[in-house]
Design a protein around this ligand. Structure first.
Ligand code: ADE
Length: 265
């Protein structure tokens, strides 16, 4: 899978994603990262990419021209690599262009799962007070926020998105299971984990985990997930129940801990 990032700080992206699992995934060719400097596409003789906002107000706005030219260049590059032209709709469909902005829809694991199916994704990192709306209208397919807070630019959010999406790409994680049985799967938070030693500063590993009884361990872990989700994210647990993600036995446990009636449904 190929991630293309349009940014004014390409080195921030390449360096930020070069370590650990994503670094290895790039070396092994499971994912490719293409950070493109928007400034290379300005026609301004002083290399400016921003200007004052029409109507006044604080800050600067990223101009449409370098952003649109940059995006077209990336599209052409992708089309060339795929052996087609992005304008002649007969070839592969155009890649999605995701603009990172606090004005977007909130990024979720479900969204990541959907985006991980794409071969190419193009991201646009805004800076200053945003991007000229005409550029957004012309090139952007999705506007995404990573949460209800404002960062100085889209670089950290795009790194978050790429990290989340990339680990869903086959081959990126060593152990296929670890992407499948974890937090947000089934709307449940993950159960607690322990490793050696058995007792650390007087705190013991729960007995059941030492039992070697796989069914009991599985049941305990699901119950821990349910308890944790109830405590920290009750709205997620309600969703899990609504979507019928809990087994009959787990529903009984749920009713016990929530006092939500005592009879079987
Ligand atoms: N740019 C600035 N803040 C952001 C946020 N919360 N999500 C995505 N992009 C942003």
């Amino acid at each position: 899978m190929n991630f293309h990032v349009m940014t004014l700080f390409p080195e921030m992206i390449t360096q930020g994603l070069s370590a650990s699992i994503l670094g290895r995934a790039q070396e092994k060719g499971f994912i490719a990262l293409n950070a493109v400097n928007i400034r290379d596409y300005t026609l301004d003789k002083h290399k400016r990419v921003d200007d004052y906002p029409y109507g006044g107000g604080a800050g600067m706005v990223m101009a449409a021209e370098p952003v649109v030219r940059c995006c077209r260049a990336v599209m052409e590059q992708i089309a060339k690599e795929n052996g087609g032209c992005p304008d002649t709709k007969e070839q592969k469909k155009c890649p999605r262009v995701i603009y990172l902005t606090p004005q977007g829809c909130t990024f979720t694991q479900a969204m990541a799962k959907e985006l991980a199916q794409e071969e190419d994704l193009i991201f646009l990192c805004g800076h200053y007070e945003g991007v000229d709306e005409r550029a957004i209208e012309m090139i952007v397919t999705d506007q995404v926020s990573i949460g209800d807070y404002v960062l100085t630019g889209g670089e950290l959010p795009v790194m978050v998105m790429i990290d989340v999406i990339a680990r869903l790409v086959p081959g990126v994680l060593n152990n296929k299971e670890s992407a499948e049985s974890e937090t947000f799967q089934d709307y449940l938070l993950e159960y607690p984990q322990y490793t050696r030693p058995e007792v650390y500063e007087g705190l013991s590993v729960p007995e059941v985990l030492l039992s070697g009884h796989h069914a009991k361990i599985g049941e305990w872990r699901r119950q821990q997930s349910i308890l944790r989700t109830k405590k920290v994210r009750p709205e997620l647990l309600a969703q899990a129940v609504k979507e019928e993600c809990l087994s009959k036995k787990e529903m009984k446990f749920y009713r016990e801990i929530t006092g939500d009636g005592t009879k079987e449904k």
